[in-house]
Write a protein that binds this ligand. Structure first.
Ligand SMILES: C[S@@+](CC[C@H](N)C(=O)[O-])C[C@H]1O[C@@H](n2cnc3c(N)ncnc32)[C@H](O)[C@@H]1O
Length: 215
């Protein structure tokens, strides 16, 4: 049986138990020095960055959380552009977080159990990290919990219609537009989604989707 058929039958794991959490942490800790696969910087002209910056607007005096921030490539751009913002990066992997420069603040933890109080942030975003959360709905609930009423959320991740185009670990999930829209709409208003490419003038090939919401 081909792996794709097997995957369709069994599906990815649904529960982030202690063993799987440790496996995911170890996998990212071990890959942290792979700068090609996990770059620590990103070109600020890339459409994924632009969408976050444009949707959030002026961040002076605002508190922002990057969920599953990795080495903080997005957080760096936000902090550079908004020195008066308080930017936080959370990740399961301490090795990834060791690359995040000050004054960005970091916290180790799981996006399914964010170690922050309710309504603590003005804006929250997750780029290519929700796909690793395993308990997806719980992670989206958590993002919505820690954002203030009127606060903004962005999720950028891969489209389930293209699953199989890249090699993925067994826990990774890609998403349909409706699936994440439905999860966000349980807590937020103004929920939108759109295909997004890396460059603004390049027609999206459908691989990436961006969801935006206001709580
Ligand atoms: C593909 S990387 C993306 C990193 C970053 N968002 C970016 O775009 O550069 C996925 C990140 O999610 C983190 N991650 C995986 N599972 C997580 C969890 N349950 N809670 C928090 N972070 C997690 C990994 O350690 C890794 O840094």
């Amino acid at each position: 049986m081909k792996w794709r058929e097997l995957f369709a039958r069994i599906g990815p794991p649904r529960q982030l138990n202690a063993e799987l959490r440790e496996k995911i942490r170890r996998s990212f800790d071990e890959s942290a020095n792979d700068e090609e696969r996990f770059p620590s910087t990103i070109d600020p002209r890339i459409a994924h960055v632009r969408l976050i910056l444009e949707f959030f607007g002026n961040l002076d005096g605002k508190r922002v959380l990057d969920v599953g921030c990795g080495k903080g490539r997005f957080a760096r751009v936000l902090q550079d552009g908004h020195p008066a913002a308080e930017i936080w990066g959370l990740d399961i992997s301490p090795a990834m977080l060791s690359y995040v420069p000050e004054p960005i603040r970091t916290r180790t933890g799981s996006m399914t159990e964010l170690p922050f109080p309710e309504a603590h942030f003005d804006c929250v975003y997750a780029t290519e990290s929700l796909e690793h959360a395993v308990e997806i709905e719980r992670a989206v609930d958590e993002m919505c919990r820690v954002v203030k009423a009127g606060g903004k959320i962005v999720i950028i991740d891969k489209n389930a219609e293209h699953f199989g185009r890249l090699a993925t670990p067994e826990w990774e999930r890609w998403f349909s537009k409706r699936e994440i829209e439905r999860m966000l709409a349980r807590h937020c208003r103004e929920v939108h989604s759109q295909p997004i490419s890396y460059w603004k003038d390049l027609k999206p090939d459908g691989m990436f989707l961006a969801w935006t919401a206001v709580k």
